[in-house]
Design a protein around this ligand. Structure first.
Ligand SMILES: Nc1nc2c(ncn2[C@@H]2O[C@H](COP(=O)(O)OP(=O)(O)OP(=O)(O)O)[C@@H](O)[C@H]2O)c(=O)[nH]1
Ligand SMILES: [Mg+2]
Length: 89
């Protein structure tokens, strides 16, 4: 690993419709996560995307993890467990 390379993981949590996917797309600088208004919630599954940024000090490899809304359709526990599995890889 280069001395100037930094790895960062951002996990987006929150209530349904509060802007997680939009925030993720802004961080990535790309439209990777579906975002928009839906009473049912747009994001149904955990999705992980990676981007690389060069800042004044470091090259940053950033993983952004989008998640379904907390308390959404009772899926929170299941998705939290999936997240733990993803982080183990
Ligand atoms: N005004 C404003 N609207 C926003 C902002 N972020 C997101 N939105 C809007 O809010 C709505 C929901 O945004 P999403 O990014 O899909 O929110 P989410 O938390 O991923 O939603 P779900 O996956 O459906 O639970 C969309 O219509 C966005 O355009 C913000 O910072 N300001
Ligand atoms: Mg979403």
């Amino acid at each position: 690993m280069s001395a100037r390379l930094r790895k960062l993981t951002v996990v987006l949590f929150g209530k349904p419709g509060n802007g997680r996917s939009s925030t993720g797309n802004t961080l990535l600088g790309q439209w990777k996560f579906d975002a928009g208004f839906s009473t049912k919630g747009v994001t149904e599954n955990i999705q992980r995307e990676t981007c690389c940024k060069t800042t004044e000090k470091y090259d940053v490899e950033m993983d952004v993890v989008d998640t379904p809304g907390m308390f959404d359709r009772g899926k929170f526990e299941k998705n939290a467990l999936k997240l733990v599995d993803i982080e183990k890889k």
